[in-house]
Design a protein around this ligand. Structure first.
Ligand code: SF4
Length: 328
């Protein structure tokens, strides 16, 4: 591993002030970053440890929840308010990684974790536009079973690996950010960029900007939510397809619905057109199938991942059917 400097931030302001160039990285638990450093994918000259910053989970004035970026994944999944009011978030977190990793991994780090595309990780042997712009993408004609089908580009078809972020996307979560120019809030669904022809630019964060917290708005629908993850083995595997969904039915019609997808796109993928078509519909198979068709209408597949659109459609229908049944 290449030598690097280490500093522990005393405050958010202190953390931001320590970032002078792109060689400085924030260090959460390191469950992804340190792996990437061992592989030579990341070679920071300096790490600023932000694990001692806010890990509180507290109610907001608006009735929602504010989760400090240094909160562990386990702390969020076990929080009583999260479990009662945002169950899909707890389920999503608990479906990811292992208990040991969840105990270490932070919310901020989870959001900013990088793709697990094997070619991205293969510094010596593979071409990767995300790692080295303009180099090419060996996944396009290679092993792409786990790669994306929505929002992908000819330059990159990698997926964002987070489970947690899929639930956050469904819940309209807002990311709190601190930087040299002050503070700002960005909806989680707008934080990650699509690859286009610049897949190395993964988020809208500017140099030195630090994720300080994630805010969950207060909404009644989130209590009627769930998360389903389809993967090759029952634990410690990334999603082939995942669905976070919530459903609210009033007087026999769908009054509100949320659908977000994981494992299929370079970012947590909110299926807004599918949601819109369901509003006012009678909950049932035909409405759910039509919505699932719409959600995957833009899918572009490679030979290895051609199964994903149908798997995603079926998972959407199954999850919405479960939620509709649970509400009766
Ligand atoms: Fe790199 Fe993206 Fe291609 Fe994977 S899919 S090799 S991350 S450019």
């Amino acid at each position: 591993m290449t030598p690097f400097d280490y500093a522990r931030a005393r405050s958010e302001q202190d953390a931001v002030a320590r970032v002078k160039d792109a060689g400085t990285k924030y260090l959460g638990a390191g469950t992804n970053l340190v792996d990437l450093m061992r592989e030579g994918v990341e070679v920071p000259s300096r790490l600023v440890d932000v694990t001692r910053l806010s890990s509180r989970i507290e109610p907001t004035d608006g009735g929602g929840l504010l989760i400090g970026a240094a909160a562990s994944n386990t702390a969020v999944a076990e929080d009583a308010a999260v479990r009662a009011r945002y169950p899909a978030l707890a389920r999503a977190i608990l479906s990811g990684a292992s208990a040991q990793i969840r105990n270490m991994a932070t919310v901020g780090g989870n959001i900013l974790q990088r793709t697990r595309c094997t070619y991205f990780l293969d510094v010596e042997g593979a071409r990767c536009n995300k790692r080295q712009p303009g180099q090419g993408c060996d996944a396009l004609e290679g092993f792409n079973r786990g790669h994306g089908v929505l929002g992908v580009s000819p330059a990159c078809i990698a997926t964002h690996p987070s489970d947690m972020c899929v639930a956050l996307a469904a819940f309209d979560a807002v990311v709190h950010i601190a930087g040299a120019n002050g503070r700002r809030h960005v909806p989680l669904v707008d934080l990650h960029r699509l690859p286009g022809d610049t897949p190395h630019l993964e988020t809208v964060l500017e140099l030195g900007e630090l994720i300080t917290a994630v805010e969950l708005p207060s909404q009644t629908i989130t209590a009627r939510s769930t998360y389903r993850k389809v993967r090759d083995r029952a634990s410690y595997a990334f999603a082939l397809v995942s669905v976070a969904a919530a459903l609210e039915v009033a007087e026999g019609r769908i009054a509100d619905v949320r659908i977000a997808l994981g494992g299929v796109a370079p970012k947590p993928w909110r299926a807004r057109e599918a949601e819109a078509t369901l509003i006012g519909a009678v909950p049932g198979q035909s409405a759910f199938v039509a919505a699932a068709e719409l959600a995957l209408a833009g899918a572009r597949t490679r030979p290895g991942n051609a199964f994903k659109p149908e798997l995603a459609r079926r998972t959407i229908v199954a999850v919405l059917s479960d939620l509709a049944g649970a509400g009766q």
